[in-house]
Design a protein around this ligand. Structure first.
Ligand code: COI
Length: 365
């Protein structure tokens, strides 16, 4: 049960000690040329789980951690994270987009990885205090945002294999430009597998991304930007692509893989895009979709668009989709659905249009 926004913030204000930086680095950042994930805002949040409860919650100047070489996270991968974005509304007030959805998913990931849950005052209240303090770091340029990265790592100094007893939770924030600056080429991966039912595919666990590095490197060597993962049994049902969920627009229907196998991340952008597609009058189907169905739709002229959705990537157009000898080429300059989804989403999260779904969290009291 979520508490009221003001309650989470009030509790955070009581529990989180704030030490402000004496030297802001904001002048060193070129806000007109932001790339994704390279610069970090002045402050970060840290808190430790001592085996029983979360202690030492602090907002401090951005700095390195001192970590033992025997740290359990490095050896056995008990590490999870979230990606959230903050924007500014038309009056210049910072807004966080749907942080409660990420909060919920963070604790689901924590449970699956045998890690403690994080209380709402620390995650939501902490984000609120941190963005309030670093509000000048929220960019307003086209396609830009403050990318928020809450994460948790095991903290035990122990190389025996068992769940860590202690953990560190932290939030760092990065003023960022677009994740992709052009339409992408996807390779359907039918040899390597990202996730099986019963595994950790639905969790935002660091290892899911580590396991994808090698197959993605191979695809990049062949000129692709990302992999489109398919299921591990039949190697034909779509899962997700790279760092994103995937949508296909066939006729007037938007199709995205369903979550029932537990192999796909329940993307917050995925959920938002599904609602926006409904608002636009499309039929939205969340169901198994095979690569054969996509190829058939392409061949009979009904495949209109394919795009990825994710917090970092927002909506990324796919201009090529390759599967074995099929090279599907899509003209992304004609993407009417994807472009309207972006227009509506951007409008809502920057306060240009009404927040009809109540997605925006207004930072501050
Ligand atoms: C996000 O979209 O926020 C992600 O977490 C993807 C990423 C690893 C950059």
């Amino acid at each position: 049960m979520m508490v009221a926004k003001s309650t989470a913030r009030e509790e955070a204000v009581k529990k989180i000690k704030v030490t402000k930086t004496e030297h802001s680095r904001i002048g060193e950042v070129d806000f007109n040329n932001l790339v994704f994930g390279k610069k970090y805002a002045d402050h970060m949040l840290v808190a430790d789980f001592d085996g029983k409860e979360w202690v030492n919650a602090q907002i401090i100047p951005f700095q390195n951690f001192s970590v033992s070489p025997s740290n359990a996270a490095w050896h056995y991968g008990q590490a999870i994270f979230e990606g959230i974005k903050a924007y500014k509304d038309q009056a210049g007030n910072p807004i966080i987009f749907r942080p409660y959805d990420n909060y919920k998913r963070f604790n689901l990931s924590a449970e699956r990885m045998g890690m403690p849950s994080v209380p709402e005052w620390l995650f939501i209240g902490g984000l609120d205090m941190l963005i309030d303090l670093d509000r000048n770091w929220v960019p307003t340029g086209e396609g830009c945002s403050l990318y928020l990265r809450p994460f948790m790592i095991a903290a035990d100094e122990f190389i025996g294999v068992r769940p860590s007893e202690t953990y560190r939770f932290a939030i760092i924030n990065s003023p960022s430009g677009p994740y992709f600056n052009k339409p992408i080429k996807l390779l359907v991966q039918d040899k390597y597998v990202r996730a099986f039912p019963g595994g950790v595919g639905f969790a935002k666990a660091a290892g899911n991304y580590g396991g994808a590095m090698y197959p993605t490197m191979q695809a990049k060597k062949e000129g692709y930007d990302q992999i489109l993962w398919v299921d591990g049994y039949e190697h034909k049902y779509l899962q997700e692509c790279g760092t994103m969920n995937v949508f296909a627009i066939i006729g007037n229907t938007a199709i995205t893989p369903d979550l029932s196998q537990g192999t796909i991340l329940e993307g917050v952008t995925r959920g938002s895009v599904m609602e926006v597609l409904h608002d636009m009058g499309l039929t939205v189907e969340e169901r198994p979709i095979s690569i054969d169905e996509i190829v058939t739709a392409y061949n009979n002229g009904t495949l209109r668009e394919v795009f990825g959705t994710g917090t970092a990537a927002s909506v990324a157009y796919v201009e090529e989709l390759s599967y074995k000898d099929n090279h599907l080429k899509l003209d992304t300059t004609k993407y009417e659905v994807g472009s309207e989804v972006i227009r509506r989403l951007d409008g809502m999260r920057t306060g240009k249009s009404a927040d009809i779904h109540n997605w925006n969290y207004i930072v501050g009291e």
